[in-house]
Design a protein around this ligand. Sequence first.
Ligand code: ATP
Length: 408
Amino acid sequence: MSRSPSLPDRPRLDLDPEMSDAERLDAMRRHYERILQVNTELDERLTEATDRQDDLREEVDHLKRRNEVLKTSSLYIATIEELTDDGVVVKQHGNNQEVLTEVSPGFEAELEAGDRVAINDSFAVQTLLDDETDARAQAMEVDASPDVTYDDIGGIDDQVREVREAVEDPLANPEVFAEVGVEPPSGVLLHGPPGTGKTMLAKAVANETDATFIKMAGSELVQKFIGEGSRLVRDLFDLADERTPAVIFIDEIDAVASKRTDSKTSGDAEVQRTMMQLLSEMDGFDERDDVRIMAATNRFDMLDEAILRPGRFDRLIEVPNPEFEGRRRILEIHTREMNVADDVDFDELAEELEGYSGADINSLTTEAGMFAIRDERTEVRHEDFVAAREKLDESTDEPGVIGAEYRQ
Ligand SMILES: Nc1ncnc2c1ncn2[C@@H]1O[C@H](COP(=O)(O)OP(=O)(O)OP(=O)(O)O)[C@@H](O)[C@H]1O
């Protein structure tokens, strides 16, 4: 920043006692003139500073307005294809339209071919998107060999069987379906309260068939930028194609496939576009028998019927909270590696854990282990499970029910 020149010195009046009256008068006149001159100089500097202040205010207002525009208006995602003397060529995501456009002044120098940018309605480049804004990495979880097996899942044997029929068999023996002349279900939708093993089921099926498990969270598909959600959906299916055999698992599918609301905000339109992309990917997916699609939701009642039509998610499997036998089995599964004392009565515990999900029971066993450790014991006793249950119940409004509310 350039420093402003220093202010003029304050004029001094030097009067010598030896001076004659005329000399004094003359000195005072010169002093007076000097004061006038300094005053004029200061006036000029003040005007300059005020002008500069006005300029800066204007700049701040402009930036504020620009910021507001960036915050409120919908922007589209594009990739810089080429930088030319006449502007930049960008390709818009979603429709692949190429346009020659301009860049907001100030950051031309920062751009390179291949960069992802946000463009406005008139295609002008507004922002350079950095890696953090790259939603792809955040949205997808890819596991080449998940380590969950059917043996790790308790209390939902019927559901395991159904998933094996609908997902595992078509992946493992596609020829059987071809010979018999039946189409395997296109997509399998698991629905039920949180923490009941829906994700485990999808991972176990991928494990059993040596398929890559590719998970996408529906909430991550709801992106801020127009075109981003549908691009993520395309990427998801492309990735599955590259990594066959593969199981695609879309968790929280309700985030992109809820019944249409009446509101017409641009956010809703974007969610709608993402869902349309998902439907069109699924519709074009019939031929590929080495990729299976699964999805899960806790909000089945919210789903748009369009995704449940034949050829889409046409096999529905409800995964409820476990019954007594299931709770007992899940207790056993999660204490397999634990040093459990002989006095632990799993029947009694399973009886008392009505309303607990598999995930709740998992937390309970960990908590029981913590009580034993706090007590400096290496064996987990029945009393530890009881204390753990009291602690977990205290942390919820409704005693005995840890799972989040579930509206079916
Ligand atoms: N049926 C089950 N058997 C054994 N463990 C279970 C079972 N259900 C849940 N769990 C435990 O809870 C954890 C979470 O389960 P999972 O992620 O599969 O639930 P989810 O139904 O997908 O939940 P959400 O709907 O919240 O995504 C599992 O890692 C496991 O430890």
